[in-house]
Design a binder for this molecule. Sequence first.
Ligand code: FES
Length: 106
Amino acid sequence: MKPTLLPYQYHAIMCCGKNCGENLSLFRYLKKRLADEGLYNTDSTTVRINKAACLGVCCEGPIMVVHPAGIWYCHLDETAIDRIITEHFIGGKVVDAYCFHEAGKA
Ligand code: FES
């Protein structure tokens, strides 16, 4: 038997590790804002979210990676989260101001 998951469009993994400020309040903010926008709840979700203890970057954090495209964001705060929700998760466009790496690009 295999595990099952609800369908989702994006998977955002936010680092809440020591070198990213152990910023659980920012993770809670992300979760609340996604719920406010109808993008995250327990029955169906557009954005699946998880915390990580370290994503292996450890500077210029907090860091978050968004799959499936492997979009890496840095310098996260509530303003950045608001923009990523509006422009990326709703609008489908990477927020260049906070993006420092895209998978498959140099
Ligand atoms: S502690 Fe956040 S990337 Fe390592």
